[in-house]
Design a protein. Structure first.
Length: 298
């Protein structure tokens, strides 16, 4: 694995959805999440991190150092227990091991970081309370994402659907079809902002240059292996990366984010946007301070 990153980064992700539900709210009948005050669409950080994890799991196939800790059908306890087994720790010898090695907790945490990409990237709480308490520590990851918000208000639509396959014999005697509903957003362009801390990478998780490149690829392709009828047509349109010349950075993050402008091409039209080409994306490089470099990937 390559060396730990030495530069701080901020980044902006622009992605869109067409005739789909990018992130349903289970407390609202799985309607697309929106801000009730502004009408802007919302996609949570947890949703986006799930896509990134899924991409890494797909391309790396659980290869050494790139396993996923938070995944379907794998209890966290099972992965925690692997760290204890690898370091020859049991309930009976735990106290003795800690006396002999005051840094044992750090060794357990480091084993988890070395083996699981998402812990090394996003961090994790790895303390589980069961009959056999497994404490692998708590890690604050160097990569953090905010909620994504749509550039303009979105209007979720409820679409009624029918199917001819009846569920039960009793239902088949009294009806020919069954009704259902699905929610879509006709079109929405979303913006998400994120951070990469070289300081946390060095001190805590060992997030490396190879990990960083994998993260960028995962962001650009996070919807490519996750298509479904419910989510419609989703794609990452642009990834804008700000690289600092130092570990702690050369400028406040908000100044860099404000340099990225997403605007309608026809600002006077009342017609809602229906494609990415309805927008222009610009980066005002005149406000980017010295020591920060901007790169756009798409």
């Amino acid at each position: 694995m390559s060396e730990t990153i030495k530069n701080r980064y901020e980044f902006v992700i622009l992605f869109d959805v067409e005739n789909g539900n990018p992130n349903g709210d289970p407390d609202a009948g799985n309607m697309p999440r929106t801000d009730p005050e502004t009408g802007l669409g919302i996609v949570t950080d947890v949703c986006l991190k799930r896509k990134i994890r899924n991409y890494v799991e797909t391309v790396k196939e659980d290869s050494t150092g790139y396993r996923i800790y938070v995944k379907d059908n794998v209890p966290l306890n099972r992965s925690d227990a692997e760290a204890y087994a690898a370091l020859d720790i049991t309930e009976k010898n735990l106290k003795d091991k800690k006396k002999a090695n005051p840094n044992l907790d750090g060794d357990i945490r480091n084993w988890m970081c070395a083996n699981f990409f998402d812990i090394r990237t996003f961090g994790a709480v790895m303390t589980t309370f069961t009959k056999a308490a497994l404490n692998c520590g708590q890690v604050r990851g160097p990569v953090q994402l905010g909620f994504a918000r749509s550039v303009e208000p979105v209007v979720p639509q409820e679409v009624t659907i029918t199917r001819i396959a009846i569920t039960t014999e009793a239902d088949a005697e009294r009806k020919n079809t069954e009704m259902g509903r699905k929610y879509i957003i006709p079109y929405g362009l979303y913006r998400c902002e994120g951070y990469v801390s070289a300081n946390l990478a060095r001190k805590t998780t060992g997030f490396s240059e190879d990990d960083l490149e994998l993260l960028w690829n995962a962001i650009l392709n996070m919807f490519e292996y996750d298509h479904s009828a419910a989510r419609g047509k989703m794609a990452v349109r642009s990834l804008i990366i700000f690289k600092h010349d130092s570990e702690l950075g050369c400028a406040p993050a908000y100044k860099l984010f404000e340099a990225v402008k997403v605007e309608r091409k026809d600002k006077d039209t009342a017609v809602p946007a229906r494609c990415y080409q309805d927008y222009t994306v610009t980066v005002d490089k005149t406000v980017i301070p010295e020591g920060v470099h901007c790169e756009m990937r798409d």
